[in-house]
Design a protein around this ligand. Structure first.
Ligand SMILES: [Mn+2]
Length: 314
C-alpha cells in the first residue's frame, strides 16, 4: 500500500492535502509535514494545503482550490476517514483519493487507498514513517509540524498509545532540527484566563458511585466565558484525567450550532469504544466520542460506562 501511495504521488502533478475539520495538532502536523516534504521533493508540482484554521495554527497558510483543480488532483485526506468530519468540498471532485489515518473507523467515502494504521499513536507518526520509507526530504518545517502532531496526540509521550516506534520517529524528527523549547513553550503555556476556565470546569465535575467522572456543559458554562462548544468538548475533557480513582471520564457539551450534545469519552485502560459506537460515534479504543440528540440520552451513556466500571471493580 505504501508503494501504491508513492506511485500516485509521483503520477499526479496536482496534489491537495486535506484533513478533518476543527484541526488538532495531529491534523495540522500530518498535513503540513507532508506538505513541506512534497513541496521540497517536487518543486515543479502544484501542492496545496486546504482546510479551516484555528488558534492552533502555527504552520502555514491555506490555499483556495477550485473544483476544476480538484477534479484533476490527487487528494490526500489525513487523520480521519469519517465523512462527518470532512469538508464536503474536499471530496466532491477528485482524480484519486487517498486516506491516511490511525482511527478505528470504516472509510465512508469512495476512495482509491485507505491506509489505516490503527495502532499508530498519531497520523503524524504514520506520515513520518512513509516519508522515511520513501526517502523523501524532511526539512525543518516538516519536522516541526510532524513532531507537534506526535506530541499532541500522545500527550507528550504520556498516553499508552506511545510505542518504541513513536519515540524512535520523534528522535529522528528532533535530529532534523526541531526546536523543542519553542514547540513546548507554544504548546504548554496558557493564559491566566484559560487556567481559570479549567479550574471552574473542574469544580463542576460530578461522579457516580463507581467513580465515573462526568461533566454536563450547557449554555451557562459556554456563554459565561464566550467559549466554543468544540473547545469545551475536546479541549477540557482531559481536565478529568489523572485522578487515581477515576478510570473512565466523559464530557457532555451542548453544540451551540445544532443543540445536540457532543460526547467525549476517555479511559485509562478499559476499552470504551463500543459505547461510542453504540451511539453512532467512533474513534480510538480508549479515546472516542459520539453525538447525542438530547440531555436525556446522556443518562444512557453514563449508565453504559458506569456498568463497565461496576463489572471491573467487582
Ligand atoms: Mn490524530
Amino acid at each position: 500500500m505504501k508503494a501504491e501511495i508513492l506511485r500516485l504521488i509521483k503520477q499526479y502533478n496536482s496534489i491537495i492535502i486535506a484533513r478533518h475539520k476543527n484541526p488538532d495538532l495531529d491534523a495540522y502536523g500530518s498535513q503540513f509535514g507532508l506538505y513541506y516534504s512534497l513541496k521540497e521533493k517536487y518543486p515543479e508540482k502544484a501542492i496545496y494545503a486546504v482546510g479551516d484554521t484555528n488558534s492552533l495554527n502555527s504552520f502555514g497558510e491555506f490555499d483556495d482550490v477550485n473544483q476544476e483543480t480538484y477534479s484533476k488532483s490527487l487528494v490526500i485526506i489525513l487523520d480521519t476517514v469519517s465523512k462527518a468530519l470532512i469538508d464536503p468540498n474536499v471530496y466532491k471532485n477528485y482524480a484519486k483519493l487517498v486516506f491516511i489515518d490511525h482511527h478505528n473507523n470504516e472509510a465512508e467515502i469512495p476512495n482509491d487507498i485507505a491506509y489505516q494504521v490503527m495502532d499508530s499513536a498519531s497520523c503524524a507518526e504514520i506520515v513520518t514513517e512513509l516519508l522515511l520509507d520513501w526517502d523523501f526530504p524532511i526539512n525543518k518545517k516538516a519536522a516541526r509540524a510532524l513532531y507537534m502532531g506526535i506530541i499532541g496526540d500522545t500527550g507528550r509521550f504520556f498516553f499508552p498509545s506511545t510505542t518504541a516506534s513513536t519515540l524512535r520517529i520523534a528522535s529522528i524528527l528532533i535530529e532534523k532540527g526541531v526546536d523543542i523549547a519553542e514547540v513546548h513553550d507554544r504548546m504548554y503555556t496558557e493564559t491566566k484566563r484559560t487556567k481559570q476556565i479549567k479550574n471552574d470546569f473542574f469544580n463542576l465535575v460530578r461522579y457516580t458511585d463507581n467513580n465515573l467522572a462526568y461533566s454536563l456543559n450547557g449554555y451557562d458554562f459556554i456563554d459565561k466565558y464566550g467559549l466554543t462548544s468544540f473547545f469545551v468538548s475536546r479541549g477540557l475533557v482531559n481536565q478529568m484525567a489523572g485522578m487515581e480513582e477515576v478510570k473512565i471520564w466523559v464530557n457532555f457539551t451542548v453544540d451551540t450550532e445544532t443543540d445536540k450534545i457532543l460526547c467525549e469519552i476517555r479511559s485509562r485502560a478499559l476499552p470504551v469504544l463500543h459505547v461510542a459506537k453504540k451511539y453512532c460515534g467512533g474513534g480510538h479504543l480508549r479515546a472516542c466520542g459520539c453525538t447525542l440528540d438530547s440531555w436525556e440520552d446522556t443518562k444512557l451513556v453514563i449508565k453504559d460506562l458506569d456498568k463497565i466500571l461496576e463489572e471491573n471493580n467487582g
